[in-house]
Design a protein around this ligand. Structure first.
Ligand code: NAD
Length: 482
């Protein structure tokens, strides 16, 4: 018996959860269920995260969470339960298989069998946002070495365990050279440790276009959080229905399994929704908790049901479907087929005890020699006609140690010295204080001195960012046009 925590969620959640639990019970899954309440009701009781404090105790006990979709109430102040759960429990890997079931499910892409592995905790989802000036808001994109190493190793280990052939990485490192650059470089380095697996990298824009156009060319794809969030929905949708997508969120100690879709409130209470997404999530859970043969039995019965044309309304098409069924009717059809395999679609096989062990690890690197070679001081400035030359003249008076103002950018573009009058300026100025070659080390005391001088002159400092060399390497981006 394995203890699991189960949340029935909102909207279609309770119906698809009942269908999933009934199928697992009929297949002989050894589960002891601890139910918890999450979602709309809990939000409206005043828990801004949509989960009551006592529910965390159940999760801490069982460490395995099967979760139906929830409705996030409209309006401000409600935090995403998914993001909270993923980050609180350290669920760094999101695994979404996206597979076509042609010709039984209508799709423009008959040959498609890929898995998106999305980093789940970092990137712009760190949720660190500020309004800095009247005109400018900011969201910090954080890509860490441990987070990146863990997800990339996880992707390669996943590919190995599931006998996949290729791992592809998507980033935008032509623009974000430090953050996405770190992700890409670590991908290339770790790929060397897996010579039996093919590896490739695409810039995310053309990668996404290829994914939507020729998904048959992809196998396992690993991505930072934001790209993975968007493209895993695209990939699921083009298999035929978002209702077919199941997902696993894996951490070092905890795991959460769910459908990728939401609570579809318009379909709630009508016994209509397709429970397949949640069921496919639950199948991943059974593998994870060490019941792979039960997972295999359910998965093959589900494939057979699809193949027999027994479809819920979202998949039902006169040409391919034979019987239109309700949520509970679909569950009955799967249960009737337990023990059967698909005849045309490829059947699945889960090997006992191997696949649920997949983890990514990281090794902390030795701290580098870090030298402070300057500082970017960000100002909120609305002065004379927003003329950067005026600001440049003011700043030229301030020096500390060897740091002096060498550059001003606006939205990353150089506007001083020698900017172009055509460049549009907001009220947000990045003023770079350093030396000509950015190779003379200063101290944080110099930064404080500069801030004092600038602030005493009545200028509004938003924030500062230190400019550092790590082991002699410049570790910050240049201004565009610098
Ligand atoms: P949704 O995924 O609920 O619905 C999108 C469309 O897909 C709708 O047309 C819906 O009818 C259809 N659909 C979704 N699941 C289906 C299924 N199993 N069977 C048949 N059709 C299905 O997305 P939405 O309408 O944008 O969001 C509704 C609510 O769900 C919102 O409150 C949102 O915040 C929430 N949501 C929750 C999660 C989650 O809990 N993981 C994820 C996404 C959205």
């Amino acid at each position: 018996m394995t203890k699991i925590t189960v949340a029935h969620g909102d909207g279609i959640g309770p119906e698809i959860m009942d269908a999933t639990l009934n199928i697992m019970k009929a297949a002989g899954a050894q589960l002891e269920i601890e139910p918890i309440e999450i979602g709309e009701k809990v939000y409206l009781q005043g828990n801004s995260a949509g989960i009551a404090p006592e529910s965390w105790e159940s999760l801490r006990r069982t460490k395995v969470f099967l979760k139906a979709p929830i409705t996030t109430p409209q309006g401000g102040g409600f935090k995403s339960l998914n993001v909270t759960t993923r980050k609180t429990l350290g669920l760094y890997a999101n695994v979404r298989p996206c597979i076509s079931y042609h010709p039984y499910v209508a799709t423009k892409h008959p040959i498609m069998d890929l898995v998106i592995i999305r980093e789940n905790e970092e990137d712009l989802y760190a949720g660190i946002e500020h309004q800095q000036t009247d005109e400018v808001t900011q969201c910090l994109k954080l890509i860490t070495k441990p987070g990146t190493e863990k997800i990339i190793r996880f992707a390669f280990e996943y590919a190995k365990a599931y006998k996949r052939k290729k791992v592809t990485c998507f980033t935008k490192d032509n623009i974000m050279k430090l953050t996405d650059g770190l992700f890409h470089k670590m991908f290339d380095d770790i790929a060397q440790e897996y010579p039996d697996l093919e590896s490739e990298h695409w810039i995310v824009d053309i990668g996404a276009a290829k994914l939507a156009d020729t998904p048959e060319n992809f196998d396992v794809i690993v991505m930072p959080n934001l790209y993975g969030d968007i493209l895993s929905d695209v990939a699921a949708q083009i298999t035929g229905s978002v209702g077919l997508g199941g997902s696993a969120n894996i951490g070092a100690e905890y795991a959460m399994f769910e459908a990728i879709h939401g609570s579809a409130p318009r379909r709630a209470g009508q016994d209509m929704a397709n429970p397949s997404g949640l069921l496919l999530g639950a199948i991943q859970m059974l593998v994870y908790i060490g019941q792979p043969k039960v997972a295999e039995k359910i998965h093959n019965a589900w494939l057979r049901t699809m193949e027999d044309g027994v479809h819920t309304y979202d998949l039902f098409k006169e040409v391919v479907s034979k019987e239109k069924v309700s949520t509970s009717g679909f569950a009955k059809a799967v249960i009737q087929r337990l023990g059967q395999k698909p005849k045309k679609l490829k059947s699945v096989e889960y090997s006992a005890g191997s696949t649920h062990k997949i983890q990514g690890h990281y090794t902390r690197t030795k701290p580098a020699k870090k030298e402070l070679v300057g500082v970017d001081i960000f100002l909120h400035w609305n002065g004379e006609k927003r003329d950067p030359n005026v600001l440049g003249d003011i700043l030229s008076k301030f020096k500390a140690g060897s740091f002096e103002n060498k550059l001003i950018t606006n939205r990353g573009v150089k506007v001083y010295p020698d900017g172009l009058p055509e460049t549009f300026s907001t009220d947000h100025w990045r003023c770079r204080f350093t030396t000509d070659k950015m190779d003379v080390a200063g101290s944080y005391q110099n930064v404080l001195e500069l801030c004092t001088l600038i602030s005493e002159a009545g200028l509004d400092i938003i924030k500062t960012e230190n400019l550092c060399r790590f082991d002699g390497e410049i570790s910050f981006s240049m201004g565009q046009g610098q």
